[in-house]
Design a protein around this ligand. Structure first.
Ligand SMILES: C[S@@+](CC[C@H](N)C(=O)[O-])C[C@H]1O[C@@H](n2cnc3c(N)ncnc32)[C@H](O)[C@@H]1O
Length: 242
């Protein structure tokens, strides 16, 4: 799959999640000292490192074998790495205080995955799902105009299903989880042209030629661009169902 092919590049190319995401999780008691946390789709360990740094005992689930190996190297304090898809995982019943997923749950078949998460959580355990949306449609910049130009040259091929998936309704479907709150943050980051090329190459719907065109656009605009991103967090609690 895309992420597995991009394993080495992925590790250094994606910007970290804003600290406020982890502060919010820690304040709510989702992560932190002694919390048993299952992280779904941990990738190269971008979020894993921060979860561990804040004292959580993290089991990382990552189906890509190269990525799973990267996590072990990047975050030696991770408790365990399970190289399976969530849908295929056999997890101890009630073994976790929290399940978290950073920009990964939209890849999971939730009709299978939500009952698996429910079974792995203790009563009233937390489900925290967050992701970064790379690009804020409310903020127009010369670089974003160039990005739109690149994307508009595509044939009528479909974008991967909805950027903001999974929605809170999808997460609450089936009655396994009850929504508690949703948070939304806007932030920005300065990227060099090279960082643009490396980051865009990690997007599963971007071809290498398109990523190179984005890098060229940033180069044309002076070699550095400010990008405006959004991070969205859904917090839910396990219901007694099942
Ligand atoms: C966009 S990456 C996010 C990685 C990491 N959480 C991060 O924030 O950088 C999505 C990850 O989900 C993993 N993934 C895809 N399908 C999955 C599934 N069915 N179960 C668990 N993880 C999955 C991929 O292997 C990939 O590492």
């Amino acid at each position: 799959m895309h992420f597995e092919r991009m394993a080495a590049e992925y590790a250094g190319a994606r910007p970290p999640y804003p600290g406020v995401v982890f502060d919010t999780l820690e304040t709510a008691g989702v992560i932190g000292d002694g919390r048993r946390v299952l992280e779904i789709g941990a990738g190269a360990g971008l979020a894993t490192e921060e979860l561990v740094r804040r004292g959580s005992e993290v089991t990382a689930l990552e189906p890509g074998p190269r990525l799973a190996a990267l996590i072990r190297d990047a975050v030696p304090a991770v408790r365990d790495v399970l190289p399976v898809r969530l849908e295929d995982a056999h997890l101890d019943a009630g073994g976790f205080d929290s399940v978290v997923a950073a920009t990964s749950l939209h890849w999971v078949d939730l009709s299978v995955g939500l009952p698996v998460i429910h079974g792995a959580l203790r009563p009233h355990g937390w489900l925290a799902v967050w992701r970064t949306v790379f690009g804020d449609d409310d903020v127009r910049t010369p670089f974003r105009d160039r990005v739109h130009e690149i994307v508009s040259r595509r044939d009528q091929r479909d974008e991967p299903a909805g950027e903001l998936r999974p929605t809170v309704d999808e997460l609450a479907a089936g009655g396994w989880f009850e929504p508690v709150r949703t948070e939304h943050w806007r932030w920005s980051i300065d990227l060099s042209a090279r960082q643009v090329g490396r980051l865009f190459a990690t997007f599963s719907n971007w071809t290498p030629a398109e990523a190179a065109a984005a890098e060229q656009a940033a180069d044309d605009l002076g070699g550095r661009v400010t990008e405006h991103y959004r991070s969205l967090l859904h917090l839910l609690r396990r219901t007694p169902r099942g």
